[in-house]
Write a protein that binds this ligand. Structure first.
Ligand SMILES: Nc1nc2c(ncn2[C@@H]2O[C@H](COP(=O)(O)OP(=O)(O)OP(=O)(O)O)[C@@H](O)[C@H]2O)c(=O)[nH]1
Ligand SMILES: [Mg+2]
Length: 315
């Protein structure tokens, strides 16, 4: 439609400049390298849960970063591993899908691993990086853990020399150091096109997704070994009331013994999860919350394709 055919007083949005770039960037790397920390640093807000345990992220989380002349849709992915059970298979598939759909990749590697004399990436990860021609930027993260800074330049050069990366960026995602440099390297790799999402959008996931993630984060923080990995959180009821949100969530585990651990002596453990989760949920939602948690056993759900699908994975 020609502008002159518009009725008067219609608010025509300003057209983006012709050099505007927009597209998807998949953040990939082994578990625990700092992918979710990077996304949070970029957004300046805690969107994706972070713990010191590997395999924290299980589903893709989108985060939108808007600049004057660009929109990057970052896709935080589950860490790449050799999967051993149904849930892990779906996690890895989700990371592969993100790579397939991406306009550019941000590959994260820990500084310690980058220096290792062995191959920096395990075979399955190298296969992902080398199995696609999608342009990639390599970020070497956790630079703060590198004591000998004289190793940085030769290390970066060795990765540049492979020819696979458009840029190699040293980074400390924990304190958002050089995060902007990674963005500057990624923008030119995106297609010239107008923004794909409204500028005020932070993520594509609904609030209740973040509520379950925050509860899962507390479980990852408070329990050791297998329990966090055997756990899934689902919302049973969510009601917005006048003065607060009423949220009932089920924590699914695989065995009775895990249920006992999660509940703890006189319910102390589940109470601690609830208290910590509620504080973060209230901060995230900006509203008061009443949080009720129930632990339920779903025998072996993690390696049951049916359960994994019912819980919304593989979708
Ligand atoms: N010292 C240091 N620690 C970092 C840095 N970036 C992230 N971390 C820590 O590394 C741990 C893992 O961070 P995550 O962001 O959860 O890592 P991830 O790659 O998303 O992990 P998965 O979701 O399990 O694949 C957390 O304890 C972070 O605080 C960094 O630059 N320096
Ligand atoms: Mg993560």
């Amino acid at each position: 439609m020609d502008d002159t055919t518009l009725p008067p007083n219609i608010d025509v949005p300003a057209a983006p400049p012709p050099d505007f770039r927009a597209g998807f960037v998949a953040i990939i790397g082994e578990p625990n390298v700092g992918k979710s920390t990077f996304l949070n640093a970029v957004l300046g807000t805690k969107l994706s849960i972070v713990t010191n345990k590997p395999q924290t992220t299980r589903r893709q989380v989108l985060g939108f970063q808007n600049g004057e002349n660009h929109q990057i849709i970052f896709v935080d992915t589950p860490g790449l591993i050799a999967p051993a059970y149904a849930l892990q298979r779906s996690m890895v598939e989700s990371a592969h899908r993100a790579v397939g759909d991406a306009d550019a990749l941000l590959v994260l590697l820990e500084a310690g691993k980058a220096l290792s004399k062995h191959a920096p990436f395990p075979d399955f990860m190298a296969a992902v990086i080398d199995g696609t021609t999608t342009p990639a930027v390599l970020a070497i993260n956790k630079m703060d853990q590198l004591s000998d800074k004289s190793l940085v330049l030769p290390m970066m050069k060795s990765f540049s020399d492979t020819g696979r990366y458009k840029a190699v960026v040293p980074m400390c995602a924990l304190v958002a150091d050089n995060v902007q440099a990674a963005i500057s390297e990624l923008v030119p790799l995106l297609p010239l096109q107008p923004p794909l999402y409204p500028a005020d959008m932070l993520s594509d996931q609904p609030e209740r997704f973040f509520v379950t993630e925050i509860i899962r984060e507390k479980i990852f923080e408070q329990f050791r070994q297998e329990v966090p990995y055997a756990t899934e959180v689902v919302i049973a009821e969510y009601r917005e009331e006048d003065t607060r949100d009423f949220i009932a969530a089920d924590i699914l585990v695989e065995r009775d013994s895990q249920k006992r651990i999660l509940i703890g002596a006189k319910g102390a453990a589940i109470k601690a999860i609830g208290t910590a989760a509620r504080a973060d949920i209230e901060e995230f939602l900006g509203r008061h919350v009443y949080l009720e948690l129930h632990v339920k056993v779903r025998e072996g759900w993690r390696d049951n394709e049916d359960w994994v699908r019912r819980l919304g994975y593989n979708s």
